[in-house]
Design a binder for this molecule. Sequence first.
Ligand code: GLA
Length: 671
Amino acid sequence: MLFGVDYYPEHWPETRWEEDCRLMSAAGLSLVRILEFAWSRLEPEEGRYDFSWVERFLNLLEQHGLQFVLGTPSATPPKWLVDKDPSILPIDESGRTRGFGSRRHYCFSNSNYREHAARIAEELAKRFGNHHLLVAWQTDNEFGCHNTALSFTPEAHAGFIDWLKRKYQDIEALNEAWGSVFWSQEYRSFDEVILPSHTVARDPGASAPDSMVAQGHNPGLLLDFQRYSTDAIIAFHQAQVDAIRRHSDPPVTHNLMGDFPDIDYHRLGSHLDFVSWDNYPSFEWGRAPYNVVGFRHTLMRGLKRRPFWVMEQQSGPCGWRMLGDTPAPGEIGLWSLQAAAHGARTIVYFRWRACRTGTEQYWYGILDHDGIPRRRYREIADTVETAGTYEQLWEQTQFPEDVAVVHDYEHLWSHRFQPHNPGFSYTELLQRYYTALATWGVSPAVTSLEGALESARLVVLPAYSLVDSDTAARIERFVTAGGTVIVTYRSGIRDRNNAMLEEPIPGPFRRVAGLTVGEFDSLNFGRTTTVEGAFGQDRAAVWTDSLDLESAEAAAWYGSGPFAGEPAIAVNQFGDGTCVYVGCDISPEALSTLARGWIESAGVQLSPFVPQSGIEIVRRTDGRLSYYVLMNHTGRARLVESTRPVQSYTTQQEVRRIRLDPYGTTVVRES
Ligand code: GLA
């Protein structure tokens, strides 16, 4: 494990740098990420570079045994550049220019800006790309943050039209795919195609009525524009990678944002040498439950199915205008171990010291404004010091990957454009299934369909809406060969153009599911209905499908509402495997009971621990033994009981009742 810190030498007097480096080193940190917002100091005027101060800082790093990650500064184009070429600024859906004054004020499709960004990256690579202390590069900072993934500039429009020409070749093919005959939206040439910006229609119920998704646009146009926008971001990133690669070999990453929805991270991830992401469990807008943080780590690991970095790990109370909770004693250490347990091999804490000026005055890090090391500094130093205990474990074990939840950005976008029900969220649905499975200590993967089918025995396809016959055939082959697939409501309803299918629901999944959906009911305004199954009596919310069974057998029934007495969940034996169709949303408790049954019948090992809320269990394996990382995410000491004999990883003693301190962790192994 390596530990580091995000540092902004340009924010502090040079006379302080040495003391900061000394303190970093004394805490056991070995890496410093620098420069990702420093453009105005690196190139104060066009073509006049000043890297001398960076040299002086790197000399200090060397003296203190520290290495560095180099960020390219393209998230903050300097004022001279914006004044010289205001066309680089992004434009929002309503046609308003988003100006200078915060950050990310550029449009990914602007070719002038792409060249400027690649140029400064190349200058940095020429000067520092072969520095012996350089460990990795980070391009830009958090692509898409502050709602910047989509831009509505003339360049984005031209780029989109080119992209459509390449995809469809013929305008009639586009009209057909989008069904643009609806409301006379047919285009006679590609140059007529619009961007999904400001229109007449508004969805008054949408949480952001001015957003692109609330303006009644054609769903095919929306999906293609979202796809194009990911491609524009990848091209922007890749231009910098190419510039760097002309002079420098260390790996290049970008700091992603966990379950951020606006970019297809599977596609962007394939352009990164390794994945890194920014983990803030608790800040001014709320606190992510531990299972959601676990889900985000797992999603990030699933992009390449390889270990990853946390490039920004929260290390203090955070906010811009208001402050989130101060991490309780032990919590920063717990978040760090949680990251490692889920596959992080490097953790970089954000940030070294709270800045005195600028927007992020309240975004505290390891040190407060006064720069004096206190409790958080000591906690991080302790975390680093004790990290060696598990080094071998992280090195020598993998994730079982026999259970997987499929994550797909195109499905996410389609559901976001038209969520069916105000209570529906694709990401939350995935998190519910992830949590229900993770409770049983199986460390479910969260990955693409391809990744899931490669290694898992139990694959969950939540609201897998956009399908073609090829996907359905792959699922059928997987189940025929003995796999278990769980398909939920709103699966198999659309084609890849985001058009609704003409077939009965669940479309090409009908055969493997052994049923059709006769009727459905969106449960609006808090309406629920009872449902009964192996989990006892529960309440279905959000959505109900009533199932017409062919070869499938009912496993749960509606007890009330318009579908009373009809099947809600059904199981179909297909070849040597099983397909379960879940036609409604049920409570986390009921889902967890079902998940246990699916895990057992898929022949996947359940953990020996009795699940408890607040206790996270991550399983890793060396191919022979299972290792369980137990984490107490509560401020109270807890006892965890094992139903089978397990040994402590550190003492090798057999243990049955394991005491976890508040925010405490331990590792046990089972032969
Ligand atoms: C993100 C960014 C950081 C910082 C924090 C706090 O994670 O990457 O630069 O701005 O948010 O806002």
